[in-house]
Ligand binder design. Structure first.
Ligand SMILES: *Cc1c(COP(=O)(O)O)cnc(C)c1O
Length: 400
C-alpha cells in the first residue's frame, strides 16, 4: 500500500455492520420489542422444586438462577459482545480494569510468571507490580515490537502472555499472531487488551488470542457515562473464565448494560466518523513545524504500521503526537488555551479530549523512549473537524 493510501484509508477487510445492528437481539431477550429491557434482579423466584432444580442444574447456561449469574439484559449484552468479537463466551465486569485483573487472576497461581507488554495501560502495570507480586506471581515486561523473539523470555512457569495493541499512549502495534504462536507452543494463555480496536476493528481469535478484553467504557458505551468491562474467550478457556468471574463476584448493573447495548448499535458509524476526523487532524498535524512525529497506527511513522495494515479493519479517534523538545516550555499554555479539547483521562466518547505526558520513559522499564519532547495524546470526537483544527492552530500559537 502506498504511503498516501495508508494515511487516507487505513486498512483492508470490512466491518460487519449487520452484526452491529443485530448482535444480542435474540427474541429470547427482546420479548417482542426492538431492545432488550432492563431486567433488575437479585432474587429469582421459582414456583416448583422442579423449576428450581432445572435452573440450578443449568446455572452456567443463560438461565435465570440468581442476579449475580445474570439477567436477560446481561445475557443480551454478553451475546452481543461475543458475537462481535467471535468468541465462545463473554464475562462482564464493572470496569475495563476489573476485566483485565480478573481475567489475569483466572489463569495464574502462586509461583507463576507472566509476560506483560511494556506499553500496557498504566493500571494494568500497577496490578502486576502491586497485586500479582504480593501473590508470588512475577512479571517480566517486554518490548511491544518483540514479535516471535518473545520465546527468549518464556520461562518454565510462564502462564500468561499479555498484549495490548496498539500500546497505551505511544501506539506501537504488536504482531499478535507471531507472539501468540510462540506462546501457544509453550502452553501459555494469550490475552489481549483489545480496547483500541473495539469489538469491530480486529478479529482477535483469528489472530491467536485466547482472551480478548475490552474497556467497554470507551467506544462500546461511547458517551462517557458508564464504566464497564468485558472478557471474551475461546471455547477452550471460556469455562474457566466464566467460573472464575462468578466466583470472584463480578457482575454489572442492568441500567449500564442497557446503555452499552444502545451504544453498540451506533458503534460502526461512530467509529467511521472518529476515524475520518482523526486522519484529517493527524494529516494536518504532520505538516506543522512544531510536531516531531505522528504516532497513529495508520501512519508509517508509527512503529508496527505494517502489522496494523495487515491485521486491523480500521482505526478510530485516538492517537498521539510528539512535540519538538524546544516547544516543551509552552506545553501548559497550549493545553490551557484549547477550547474544544478538554483535558481528561479516558476516551471513546463523542467529545474531543487531550492529555500530555512529559516523561514517557518513566512509564516503561523494558524499552527506551527515543524522543525528547513531550507526547500529546488526542481523542478526536465527532465535532466539525475544522473547528478542531482551528482550535489546535490557535493553541500552537501559545507554544512558542
Ligand atoms: C480505559 C482503558 C482501560 C480501563 O478501562 P476502565 O473502564 O477505565 O477501567 C483498559 N485498557 C485500555 C487500553 C484503556 O484505554
Amino acid at each position: 500500500m502506498s504511503k498516501k493510501a495508508s494515511e487516507d484509508q487505513s486498512s483492508s477487510g470490512s466491518v460487519n455492520h449487520t452484526s452491529i445492528v443485530n448482535a444480542g437481539r435474540s427474541s429470547k431477550w427482546t420479548n417482542g420489542v426492538v431492545n432488550p429491557s432492563v431486567q433488575r434482579a437479585s432474587t429469582v423466584v421459582f414456583d416448583s422444586v422442579k423449576e428450581m432444580k432445572h435452573a440450578t442444574a443449568n446455572k452456567t447456561n443463560q438461565v435465570l438462577f440468581y442476579g449475580r449469574r445474570g439477567t436477560t439484559t446481561s445475557f443480551a449484552f454478553s451475546d452481543a459482545m461475543n458475537e462481535l468479537e467471535g468468541g465462545a463466551g463473554c464475562a462482564l465486569y464493572p470496569s475495563g480494569t476489573a476485566a483485565i485483573t480478573n481475567a489475569i487472576l483466572s489463569f495464574v497461581k502462586t509461583g507463576d510468571h507472566i509476560l506483560m507488554v511494556d506499553t500496557a495501560y498504566e493500571p494494568t502495570r500497577d496490578f502486576c507490580d502491586k497485586i500479582l507480586a504480593k501473590l508470588g506471581i512475577t512479571t517480566t515486561y517486554y518490548d511491544p515490537l518483540i514479535g516471535s523473539d518473545i520465546e527468549s523470555l518464556i520461562q518454565e512457569n510462564t502462564s500468561v502472555v499479555f498484549l495490548e495493541a496498539p500500546g497505551s499512549l505511544t501506539m506501537e502495534v504488536q504482531d499478535i499472531p507471531a507472539i501468540a504462536k510462540v506462546a501457544h507452543q509453550h502452553g501459555c494463555v494469550v490475552m489481549l487488551d483489545n480496547t483500541w480496536a473495539s469489538p469491530i476493528n480486529l478479529r482477535p481469535f483469528e489472530l491467536g488470542v485466547d482472551v480478548s478484553i475490552q474497556a467497554a467504557t470507551k467506544y462500546v458505551v461511547g458517551h462517557s457515562d458508564v464504566m464497564l468491562g468485558t472478557a471474551t474467550a475461546t471455547e477452550e478457556h471460556w469455562p474457566n473464565l466464566r467460573e472464575s468471574s462468578y466466583t470472584m463476584g463480578q457482575c454489572t448493573s442492568p441500567d449500564d448494560l442497557y446503555l452499552a447495548l444502545r451504544g453498540i448499535r451506533t458503534l460502526g458509524v461512530r467509529m467511521k466518523q472518529h476515524e475520518a476526523n482523526a486522519l484529517t487532524v493527524a494529516n494536518w498535524l504532520k505538516k506543522r513545524p512544531e510536531v516531531e512525529t505522528i504516532l497513529h497506527p495508520a501512519f508509517d511513522s508509527c512503529p508496527g504500521h505494517e502489522v496494523f495494515k495487515r491485521d486491523f479493519l480500521g482505526s478510530n479517534g485516538l492517537f498521539s503526537f510528539v512535540l519538538k523538545p524546544e516547544y516543551a516550555n509552552g506545553l501548559d499554555a497550549f493545553l490551557d488555551s484549547l477550547e474544544h479539547f478538554k483535558m481528561g483521562y479516558s476516551w471513546g466518547g463523542f467529545e474531543s479530549l487531550v492529555i500530555a505526558v512529559r516523561n514517557v520513559q518513566a512509564m516503561r522499564t523494558a524499552t527506551t523512549w527515543s524522543h525528547q519532547g513531550p507526547l500529546v495524546r488526542l481523542h478526536i470526537g465527532l465535532e466539525d473537524v475544522n473547528d478542531l483544527i482551528e482550535d489546535l492552530a490557535q493553541g500552537f500559537k501559545h507554544l512558542a
